[in-house]
Design a protein around this ligand. Structure first.
Ligand code: SF4
Length: 237
């Protein structure tokens, strides 16, 4: 029995390795089984006490769009809502600016996950955020592969070079037809402004480009679902 403290999941020290036998792609229970395995995983001792988002905050799987970040952040974890730290709020603001009534929040448009599913913090400060270590990324990589296999997304949005690299690697190991489109953005953290400014004239331009991408994804979704041409002009960009 795992104890839950606050919003994130704290897991008792039972070691599990990522398994794949139960998670047949397209099986109705495959995603839930995968989420349960992730929630029970304690493979990385460096992630103790293995704080994760609860399984009910992954978002929507029905759109066919997958959003991949680097790792759960402390603020988002405490709020129990993905992408709600300073970087995540930029992404949420970009979607809000699109103004579609059906897709106001990231949870409406994306199934959301991270390269590593547990919160990486400095040992001395559980409220801190650190970059995930290579050992942690490698240990968790099988879950990302399985998520892509099960979800079979049509498009995958990544934020940060770690997420882009891991999704690229995952896509090389799965056989999906059609191959999901990968759209990679720099990490939107305010601390990453130097990198962002190499690609964009300003942070506002960066945010506008994210919004334009969301607008195109929504337009395609609406067109395929309802034959709607809402914002279809933007979809051609
Ligand atoms: S980061 Fe991934 S592999 Fe490591 S303990 Fe958490 S779920 Fe398991």
């Amino acid at each position: 029995m795992r104890a839950r403290v606050g919003t994130p999941i704290h897991k008792e020290a039972q070691r599990r390795v990522p398994a794949d036998a139960e998670s047949t792609p397209q099986h109705p229970g495959a995603l839930r089984a995968l989420q349960s395995r992730i929630a029970a995983c304690t493979l990385c001792p460096s992630m103790t006490p293995w704080r994760q988002f609860r399984p009910d905050v992954y978002g929507a799987r029905s759109t066919g769009y997958l959003l991949v970040g680097e790792a759960p952040g402390h603020i988002s974890l405490m709020k129990g809502r993905r992408f709600t730290g300073p970087a995540g709020m930029l992404i949420r603001r970009a979607l809000r600016s699109v103004g579609h009534p059906r897709y106001r929040d990231l949870e409406d448009l994306f199934y959301m996950t991270d390269v590593v599913k547990c919160h990486p913090a400095a040992a001395a400060n559980p409220a801190s955020n650190r970059s995930p270590r290579q050992t942690e990324i490698r240990a968790c990589s099988g879950y990302l592969v399985h998520e892509i296999q099960v979800l079979q997304p049509s498009a995958i949005i990544t934020f940060g070079k770690t997420a882009a690299a891991q999704v690229t690697s995952a896509l090389a190991t799965v056989s999906l037809t059609p191959v999901p489109r990968l759209i990679a953005f720099p990490h939107p953290s305010p601390r990453n402004q130097v990198t962002i400014r190499k690609h964009y004239a300003s942070m506002q331009a960066f945010e506008r480009d994210i919004a334009a991408t969301f607008r195109r994804l929504i337009a395609r979704l609406e067109q395929s679902r309802h034959g709607s041409t809402w914002l279809a002009a933007g979809a051609s960009r």
